[in-house]
Ligand binder design. Structure first.
Ligand SMILES: [Fe+2]
Length: 455
């Protein structure tokens, strides 16, 4: 038995050695982890980790509960090769809920020389608990600005600011990069530039990042048009998106897209794709016009009505409010109101709307019923709000922002606070969303002019 084990070990070492030699080639440096690792979905029993290698290699991870990884388990991942620009996701399974794990990436079986990273698995499904998450959007810069020191400085400062605030995970709600095209090469360059920035890289190794897209990371950027279901090359964008993130899933087997659901204890998150199936904003609302597409909308309704979660966050790149710009749910009110009616008719409680896109951070009570928090811009410029502040109760429109949601479901009714953090200033607002406000039983005083919203 022992002899067989020794032979097996020797064979494994030989295999690793030959792979290393074979992939690196004579005189070439062996492949290293060039970007990442980035934590993606971290559930109660699994964790997804994204990496990009410097050259084709077999990626993997050693994971264990001890910092020295002495009893660590080696998990092999996909082949990282030219087809995926040497990127891939390693899926760790069989983990214990609410447990701290240490991990190191491996290239061709050889562990990374640096210190291990760590993460904590999510609590068991349905468990009550306290957690915090950040939501950000409008994160990057246009490619033509990337060479400018200020581009690097603003994105770096934003990630540094976020790293100082304790959160359990980060939601990136779109305009995560400003590619403005479906071209794979441009999109990859934008992701690479961003993920090379040291504070972002440090944070992504230790804090799960989950993402959906908006116009700039999907296709043309709204100004260029076609950031909807008619965009040519959208399949290319979808493939590139999937290669760069480690979300739990993407769309459904029969319906492509980046949407997915995940749960944290007894809280559900519905991360929506508001681009892939979207009708043009200017189309007539003839009964067919759609933001989500038929399959995604049906999926969302089915999941909502079947959910016994205390809170349900509906997360959209575009704003939900009636006072959004035309490139938002404002141009899709038939579908949106149908969803709102469905929530009301089925007595679904605890729904909170989240959004990005607008280059302002704002709060709304949509149709005097649903609370919406918009978080933007994390690291790009401000855009003035162009419409009278209908439904608005809060506005931060000067500076870079991220919003943190602080959720405690151990208390009945649950406590939900949101915090507005301004880069360079720290937390500028912390406000509770009472259970009555969340369920539309109490109206939040709205402001009629922008100056009042800024208070
Ligand atoms: Fe943006």
């Amino acid at each position: 038995m022992i002899r067989r084990f020794a032979v097996k070990t020797l064979l494994t070492l030989l295999l690793v050695f030959s792979l290393t030699q074979g992939k690196a080639g004579a005189g070439e440096a062996p492949p290293i982890v060039e970007l990442g690792p980035m934590l993606g979905y971290v559930g109660p029993e699994e964790a997804h980790i994204w990496i990009k290698a410097s050259a084709p290699a077999s990626g993997g991870v050693i994971v264990g509960e001890g910092a020295d990884l002495h009893k660590g388990r080696a998990v092999s991942g996909p082949d990282l090769n030219a087809e995926t620009d040497n990127m891939g996701v390693i899926r760790l399974t069989g983990l214990k809920p609410a447990t701290k794990y240490f991990y190191k990436t491996t290239m061709n079986g050889i562990p990374d020389a640096g210190s291990p990273h760590a993460f904590i698995t999510a609590p068991s499904g349905g468990a009550k608990g306290h957690f915090r998450f950040a939501m950000i959007s409008c994160i990057g810069e246009l490619e033509r600005y990337l060479h400018l020191p200020r581009a690097k400085a603003s994105v770096t400062a934003a990630w540094r600011a976020l790293a100082k605030v304790p959160v359990d995970f980060v939601l990136q709600l779109g305009d995560n990069i400003y590619a403005g095209t479906t071209d794979t090469g441009v999109q990859r360059r934008m992701y690479d530039w961003h993920r090379r920035l040291p504070p972002y890289r440090r944070l992504m190794a230790a804090t799960p990042m989950l993402a959906i897209w908006d116009d700039w990371d999907y296709a043309g950027g709204t100004a260029l048009g076609d950031s909807d279901g008619t965009a040519s090359g959208k399949q290319r964008s979808l493939r590139t998106f999937k290669q760069h993130w480690a979300n739990p899933s993407y769309g459904q087997p029969s319906d492509p897209g980046v949407y997915f659901k995940f749960s944290r204890g007894d809280v559900d998150f519905f991360m929506l794709d508001v681009r892939y199936h979207r009708s043009p904003n200017v189309s007539d609302d003839d009964g067919q016009k759609t933001m989500l597409g038929r399959a995604q909308l049906a999926w969302l309704k089915q999941e909502l009505v079947g959910s016994d979660a205390t809170l349900k966050f509906l997360v959209s790149g575009s704003q939900w409010t009636n006072s959004g710009k035309p490139d938002s749910w404002r141009s899709f009110t038939r579908e949106r109101n149908g969803l709102f009616d469905f929530i009301r008719d089925n007595g679904i409680e605890g729904v909170v709307l989240l959004s990005g896109d607008r280059h302002i951070t704002a709060g709304y009570q949509v149709q005097q019923r649903f609370v919406e928090i918009t978080s933007s811009p994390f690291a790009s410029e401000n855009h003035p709000p162009p419409y009278p502040p209908k439904e608005m109760f809060m506005l931060h429109d000067k500076g870079n922002f991220f919003v943190v949601l602080d959720v405690d479901t151990r208390i009945r009714p649950p406590h939900v606070f949101f915090e507005v953090h301004r880069v360079g200033k720290g937390m500028v607002r912390r406000q509770q969303l009472s259970w009555q406000v969340i369920n539309g039983a109490v109206r939040i005083p709205t402001c009629d002019i922008f100056v009042d919203c800024r208070n």
